[in-house]
Design a protein around this ligand. Structure first.
Ligand SMILES: *Cc1c(COP(=O)(O)O)cnc(C)c1O
Length: 360
């Protein structure tokens, strides 16, 4: 039976990448050892990391005046590192609140300064992105923080706000590499790797150089972007194996048409799944506003929540795994990141139609 893993994260990885990692596991390129066993200061490993960075820069079109940092601590650590590094003596930062991850970023930032919530979508249970015209931005804010894809709520931006000179900060943990974005319009992007990049344990930060170097007093060395920028992410031991696998993912993306090709695939997959939900005569329902529906994380409920258990059990039996929704929202959630093949979504919609027919 073919298994399709719809987990929100850690999530499915491309099979060809796992196979390559397997083939190279015991002897990387004739070195006689696994990447896990290499010194991070040795020329083999340093080559692996430099290649990963170059490939990511090429894939995303990252301008030369941006640093790419390979860190640890997850996106959650960035909730603190962003204000510690980017407040730069200013009084407050702007945050948009579109759901669970925005809220966590906001509560952490409040430990370091004033937070101005420019808008939120609480009135409709965080099911949409508020119109930019309604945002109450502060021209003196240190930065504006957004969550371009709310992994739990399934709410995604298809645009970037322009707030003039105020740098934009984007938590792209669950949609980085899934669609084209103009990096030059963003001051800092961060992402935990375990959704759309590679194994858990690696966090990628892409930051404009002029934003580095003005941390709040008392910031630990390890939480200062400057430490990592000045040391090519090798101030201490980086998460070497995670960076290696992420690098294999970047090479796979380059071989397969880059982000443009991924984006086209992602649109096809998402359209198929949303169409299955919308054409079910109400048997399935997606609460997210149509224009803000995520291409990566598709939450949906069943008309009769008493059927949830059966749905998950029967899907599991078919090899359609990890469809149970986040504990805070219930229902189902299908995460269909880059590495989810179209065949996985086709198998899911076929099962959904059958289940609806039997139980409708
Ligand atoms: C998963 C996720 C996080 C948390 O990531 P960790 O790496 O577990 O800290 C933060 N923001 C978003 C948007 C996420 O999807």
């Amino acid at each position: 039976m073919t298994i399709y893993n719809f987990s929100a994260g850690p999530a499915v990885l491309p099979k060809e990448v796992l196979q390559q990692a397997q083939a190279e596991m015991l002897d990387w390129h004739g070195s006689g050892m696994s990447v896990m066993e290499m010194s991070h200061r040795g020329k083999e490993y340093m080559g692996i990391q430099a290649q990963a960075e170059a490939d990511l820069r090429e894939l995303m079109g990252i301008p030369a005046n941006y640093k790419v940092l390979f860190l640890q601590g997850g996106a959650s650590q960035q909730f603190a590192m962003v204000p510690m590094n980017l407040l730069r003596g200013k009084n407050s930062a702007d945050y948009l609140n579109t759901g669970e991850w925005s809220k966590k970023a906001i509560s952490e930032a409040k430990k370091f300064g004033k937070v101005n919530v420019v808008a939120d979508s609480a009135d409709k249970n965080f099911s949409y992105v508020p119109d930019f015209a309604t945002w109450k931005c502060d021209a003196n804010a240190a930065y504006l923080h957004i969550t371009p894809n709310e992994t739990i709520g399934g709410v995604e931006f298809d645009w970037l706000p322009n707030c003039g000179d105020v740098p934009l900060v984007a938590d792209m943990s669950s949609n980085i590499l899934s669609r084209k974005i103009d990096v030059s319009k963003v001051g800092l992007i961060y992402a935990g790797a375990q959704k759309n990049i590679g194994p858990a344990g690696l966090t990628i930060v892409i930051v404009r150089e002029d934003l580095i170097g003005q941390v709040v007093a008392g910031t630990p060395t390890m939480l200062d972007y400057k430490t990592h920028a000045e040391n090519d992410s090798m101030y201490n031991t980086p998460p070497t194996f995670g960076i290696y696998v992420a690098g294999l993912v970047f090479q796979m993306l380059k071989r397969n048409g880059g982000i443009a090709a991924m984006e086209a695939n992602n649109i096809t997959k998402a359209n198929l799944l949303y169409a299955a939900i919308d054409s079910s005569n109400g048997f399935y329902n997606c609460p997210v506003a149509k224009t803000n529906r995520s291409r990566m994380n598709v939450p949906f409920t069943l008309k009769d929540a008493n059927l949830d258990g059966d749905f998950v059990k029967q899907a599991d039996a078919r090899g359609l795994l990890q469809l149970k929704g986040h504990r805070s929202v219930g229902g189902m959630r299908a995460s269909i990141y880059n590495a989810m093949p179209l065949a996985g979504v086709q198998a899911l919609v076929a099962f959904m139609a059958e289940f609806a027919k039997k139980n409708g």
